[in-house]
Design a protein around this ligand. Structure first.
Ligand SMILES: [Zn+2]
Length: 248
């Protein structure tokens, strides 16, 4: 079957002497892997740079018995300014492409995730602000890993005041159940409210939210642990991205 769709590049690596294997997040088919034959021998064969999160229009031949499909056409439509030498934007985009790759299954269309990547890039194109916490909260929720933040993991009572985040269990414990994880950390009410607010708001409304520094710091730590818990390991881009941001 011949398929044609807009697609963001998540990652690309060299394959044999002349080709590249690329993971895309497409509008119509979700995450798709494809081979671009001959692109290294003759880069003009495809009009694309394959830079992370660039938007391309691709045509591929979808076969049933393989994960890697043959890409016949790949034309870049927008690089969202990510080619400019800006360490921050590059760091944010690398993190987001790895996150989407880790959380999303192969060939399962998800238009809202496609639109979320688009919103993230359009914001980044205008100002290199750090919208990673908003993106993380939204993609966790869209991909079915929604942080369970309205009640206690152990006893399911609604959490009103005391709440503790358990890294090992990936959620909140109440004051009575904290004995279940001695390493659970107290969570600010503001952090819980912020997560719930972002889950319910659209991208632009969530962008306007002014997060106090202690809340932003806590969210970063909670979301990093939460993603670690679901993916089963730390993201490879975590450390290099943080080092890049320190430099910038
Ligand atoms: Zn409890």
């Amino acid at each position: 079957m011949i398929c044609s769709t807009p697609a963001f590049v998540l990652k690309a690596f060299d394959f044999r002497e002349t080709s590249k294997i690329v993971t895309f997040f497409t509008r119509d088919f979700g995450k798709v892997k494809g081979i671009l034959k001959g692109i290294r021998r003759d880069p003009r064969k495809f009009s694309t740079t394959l830079s992370p999160l660039s938007l391309n229009h691709i045509v591929f031949y979808r076969k049933r018995n393989t994960e890697i499909h043959l890409v016949g056409q790949c034309d870049q439509m927008d690089d969202f300014g990510l080619q400019r030498p800006d360490l921050k934007s590059f760091g944010f985009a690398s993190h987001i492409s790895e996150l989407v790759d880790c959380l999303m299954p192969l060939e399962d269309a998800h238009l809202k995730v496609f639109e979320l990547i688009f919103d993230f890039l359009n914001t980044l194109k205008n100002v290199p602000v750090d919208t990673r916490p908003i993106f993380q909260i939204k993609i966790l929720s869209l991909s079915g890993f929604k942080p369970h933040f309205d009640s206690c993991l152990a006893c399911d009572t609604k959490i009103n005041k005391e709440a503790y985040f358990s890294r090992s269990r990936g959620g909140l414990l109440c004051g009575r159940c904290i004995f279940q994880d001695r390493n659970a950390e107290a969570v600010l009410q503001g952090s819980i409210a912020t997560i719930l607010y972002i889950e319910r708001s659209d991208w632009n409304k969530a962008l306007r939210l002014n997060m106090a520094l202690p809340i932003r710091r806590q969210l970063e730590s909670i979301l990093t642990s939460f993603i670690h818990y679901h993916v089963g390991r730390a993201l490879k881009t975590n450390r290099p991205v943080n080092e890049l941001l320190d430099l910038a």
